[in-house]
Design a binder for this molecule. Structure first.
Ligand SMILES: CC(C)(COP(=O)(O)OP(=O)(O)OC[C@H]1O[C@@H](n2cnc3c(N)ncnc32)[C@H](O)[C@@H]1OP(=O)(O)O)[C@@H](O)C(=O)NCCC(=O)NCCS
Length: 193
């Protein structure tokens, strides 16, 4: 198994794996919008680092580290073009996406800024192909992410996930992240480097 820096040609693989493993609001806007998000992430190397896990030519997982999560949120909001807002509205009307979930997310981000302030590092996404989960790949990706963050001056590292994402909650707990708050369906963890 190898951990490598993500190359531009891997961006669509990241987007596909994101859609397969993370049923969040971003996933509901579809592959092309999520691919666009990862292209923006890839093209901002001063803010983001991306590492991938491979075995025998197969893409098994990836991690995205944001060195400034406020800017990452801005990129995320940018992909919500009129077309995507229409798609999302349609999904809300047809009950494919919960309106409450979207409202919760908006309030969560506002409260988050109040609690942890601005200018912090974050594991913005970590995904492992379901077939290969629980084999230590997430751990290897996390170790690579932590090594990368160690090099920075800004060492305030947080991560958040939904309260019902059991795998992620256990994962962060297991690897030393400390829960610092739960609000609007989100759980916030801090990691002391
Ligand atoms: C979270 C995730 C990246 C972990 O990857 P992984 O390769 O399975 O992680 P590891 O094998 O290194 O670590 C396993 C630990 O994570 C936790 N964990 C992983 N899958 C779990 C599951 N299905 N149920 C409970 N705990 C789980 C456990 O603490 C586990 O340790 P254990 O096997 O000793 O009990 C993976 O589950 C995933 O891709 N989830 C979907 C995407 C996601 O929710 N990402 C996080 C938010 S961005």
């Amino acid at each position: 198994m190898q951990i490598k820096k993500v190359k531009f040609r891997d961006v669509e693989k990241m987007a596909k794996l994101h859609l397969e493993t993370l049923p969040d609001i971003s996933s509901s806007i579809g592959l092309s919008a999520v691919t666009k998000l990862y292209k923006l992430i890839f093209n901002t190397p001063k803010i983001h680092s991306c590492f991938s896990a491979w075995e025998d030519g197969e893409f098994l997982g990836f991690v995205v580290i944001s060195k400034n999560m406020d800017l990452t949120h801005k990129l995320f909001h940018e992909i919500f073009s009129i077309k995507n807002v229409i798609v999302l509205s349609f999904m809300i009307i047809t009950f494919k996406v919960s309106f409450l979930r979207i409202v919760n997310r908006i309030f969560f981000e506002k409260k988050l800024t109040k609690i942890i302030g601005k200018n912090y590092c974050c594991i913005s996404t970590i995904c492992v192909n379901e077939k290969y989960q629980r084999k230590g790949i997430g751990k290897l990706l996390l170790i690579e992410a932590l090594k990368d963050i160690q090099k920075l001056k800004n060492k305030r590292l947080y991560v958040y996930t939904r309260f019902d994402n059991k795998k992620a909650l256990n994962f962060y707990n297991k690897f030393g992240f400390k829960k610092i708050g739960v609000f609007y369906s989100g759980v916030v963890f801090k990691y002391s480097l």
